[in-house]
Design a protein around this ligand. Structure first.
Ligand SMILES: Nc1nc2c(c(=O)[nH]1)N[C@H]1C(S)=C(S)[C@@H](COP(=O)(O)O)O[C@H]1N2
Ligand SMILES: [Mo]
Length: 198
């Protein structure tokens, strides 16, 4: 069998893995604003747009043809639950660099998801090696409530940055607060610094 490369998110190697103010859970809570979209995989596209040389719209088949990796990471939700040892499969955001040319003026990625949800990341945070567009969690296709068909996973920031039901990535020169960031959440969200609210 073909073995995928596994990337260890650096937080999994900390001697104490639970950030301040968090508690460990064994289950996998479901949290989001609005209702769970029913995404038709045949119609799903990933749009890469904004400050790129050629905007692209990938079908699910085209997206799945990109190289896959595994990422071992911890989840820290701002509502204080942490879920350790998650194994994600998907496409590293770094792999997008091979299919688009991002303009030098671009400094931020705005992640777009079903139902007009957005979240913002600096390109520095977006292009860490443990950040991926995930299709599987712990060996199973991601369920509709957790973001089927494709969700972002940003292991080193609070989980609200990990947009479910991703539909596009926009590259911008100016930062633009996303949904939760406009509703009082911190602009960056580092759990080790307790960047919870702004
Ligand atoms: N599209 C979308 N993605 C989202 C959200 C949302 O409201 N819409 N909520 C975020 C928040 S606040 C959290 S805590 C996590 C929860 O992910 P889970 O339901 O898989 O645990 O999803 C994040 N991704
Ligand atoms: Mo959240």
């Amino acid at each position: 069998m073909h073995t995928l490369k596994t990337i260890e998110s650096p937080d999994t190697k900390r001697p104490g893995r639970i950030p301040p103010g968090q508690r460990q859970v064994a289950d996998f809570p479901v949290l989001h604003y609005g209702s769970i979209p029913r995404v038709d995989p045949k119609k799903w596209t990933l749009k890469l747009f904004g400050l790129v040389e050629d905007e692209k719209s990938l079908s699910l088949d085209e997206f799945l043809a990109l190289p896959h990796v595994l990422v071992h990471s911890d989840i820290h939700c701002v509502t204080t639950w942490s879920r350790l040892d998650n194994l994600w499969e998907g496409v590293q955001t770094l792999a997008l660099m091979n299919i688009i040319r991002i303009m030098p003026e671009a400094k931020f990625a705005i992640i777009h998801a079903s139902g007009d949800f957005t979240t913002n990341l600096s390109l520095q945070d977006f292009f860490q090696e443990d950040v991926l567009l995930a299709i599987k969690h712990d060996g199973h296709v991601i369920t509709p409530e957790h973001g089927y068909p494709v969700r972002l996973v940003v292991p080193r920031l609070y989980f609200w940055k990990s947009a479910k039901w991703v539909t596009g990535i926009e590259f911008t020169s100016e930062d633009r607060p996303g949904f939760w960031e406009s509703h009082g959440y911190h602009n960056r969200g580092d759990p080790w610094l307790e960047e919870r609210y702004s």
